[in-house]
Design a protein. Sequence first.
Length: 207
Amino acid sequence: MEVKKKPVTTTWGPTTKAVHAGMHENTSRSVTTPIYQTSTFELRENREGAEFANTIEPSTFYTRWGNPNFAEVESVIAALEGAERALVTSSGMAATATLFETFLQTGDHVIVPAAVYMGTEQLLKHLTATKNIKVTFIHNTLDMDEWERAASVPTKLLWIKHPQTPLWPSPTSVKLFSWPNATILKRSQITLLLHRFIPALLSGELI
Ligand SMILES: Cc1ncc(COP(=O)(O)O)c(C=O)c1O
């Protein structure tokens, strides 16, 4: 049975979005979305397989490409963040690696705080060795001159993490370094990656 999609409304508050923003991904009649414990979805005919394989984001296919549970989480996150789209990955490092793979070409320059997550630092060092990616580490994230000096050479990506563990500055620190950075970004056409780290209990990364 065809289920009518609920449009996400901008007047919805965060709690309503958290409950309803992804509901249109549920094409069953169940009030809560069933959990699809499958890697693969049945194809009704060969043509369907060919079409799915050419679709950027099929709703059902091979789970890594299309699964209604992933799609629902992505819709909720996008609605809560006021973003156009979201993409969920199975781990934080999978998201980080996907972004680097998407944005970085051989020889590109990246700016990151020195206190970046150890796995990200190791990945960047690996990319320096294999793809000649140049990395500038910012030691005092509140020192605008340090960001400015780093951005004085052509730069592809600027990575900000919030909250900045292990320093844990106040939530306003994102404002403190995002305003001057906005000027740097506009002038230099650098892509900003904001890594929102949701502390331990919720256990998640938003990039
Ligand atoms: C700040 C931060 N970034 C990234 C990661 C990597 O996430 P995952 O272990 O899901 O790959 C972690 C994991 O602890 C983390 O604490």
